[in-house]
Design a binder for this molecule. Structure first.
Ligand code: SAM
Length: 205
């Protein structure tokens, strides 16, 4: 049996390539839903694994108070250089999903970041996210599927479609898209992607 070597992710390259990227469509959809359906909630959000911050900037444009967190100093520095001036609406934290304490907010965005949470803590981290979204609030983000090319890695988490549906069983699914296709990663190398785009609203129960 061949054992594939797990290379560390070098996020600097990713940030460079995605420098000019628009906000992720899951956040755009989540914001549309939030704005038309959840008028009584405070506009508070956490951006988990914010990277260089194109989603955080979109949240700020929509008048949210945002806590943006990422494990990489570089990500937070790039985010700060992407906003024109310091905003009292933005707080940042260099932290990892393995130790981060998620505050109670109306919207949690986690674009392409949760799959990188160590599988030993993913379940409890995901529960903290779900528990700390206010009733009627929104989750936007991605989880990776078991057919993904990276699923041999033991430092990331992967799920079947049924498992993703189970994770969000107490939420209304506003958007649920499965992608299972050969494509490329940011630097153009080939990769089989298996992922789930999720926008979900927490039931008022
Ligand atoms: C694929 S990038 C996505 C960045 C951004 N959300 C976007 O959509 O462009 C994943 C981000 O998650 C961060 N990350 C990876 N593992 C992490 C962890 N365990 N805790 C916190 N952040 C992490 C990386 O530093 C990186 O910025």
């Amino acid at each position: 049996m061949t054992v594939k070597k797990q290379k560390d992710f070098i996020w600097s390259e990713y940030y460079k390539i995605h420098h000019e990227r628009p906000p992720n469509h899951t956040l755009v959809k989540g914001l549309e839903f939030f704005i038309s359906n959840t008028k009584i909630l405070p506009k508070t959000a956490v951006d988990i694994g914010c990277g260089n911050g194109h989603d955080t900037v979109e949240l700020l444009k929509n008048n949210f108070s945002v806590l943006a967190m990422d494990r990489e100093d570089e990500a937070i520095n790039l985010l700060m250089s992407n906003i024109n001036q310091k905003s009292s609406f933005l707080k940042t934290e260099v932290s990892s999903m393995e130790t981060f304490v998620v505050p109670e907010v109306a919207l949690i965005n986690a674009s392409y970041s949760l799959p990188f949470c160590n599988p030993s803590v993913f379940g409890s981290f995901m529960n903290m996210i779900k528990n700390n979204i206010l009733d009627g609030g929104v989750f936007c983000g991605q989880l990776f599927g078991v057919d993904d090319d990276w699923s041999y890695r033991n430092d990331m988490n992967f799920h079947t479609k049924e498992e993703v549906k189970e994770i969000f069983k107490n939420f209304d699914l506003i958007l649920f898209e499965e992608v299972n296709e050969d494509s490329t990663i940011a630097d153009g190398s080939p990769k089989h992607w298996h992922l789930f785009h999720v926008v979900a609203s927490k039931n008022n129960v």
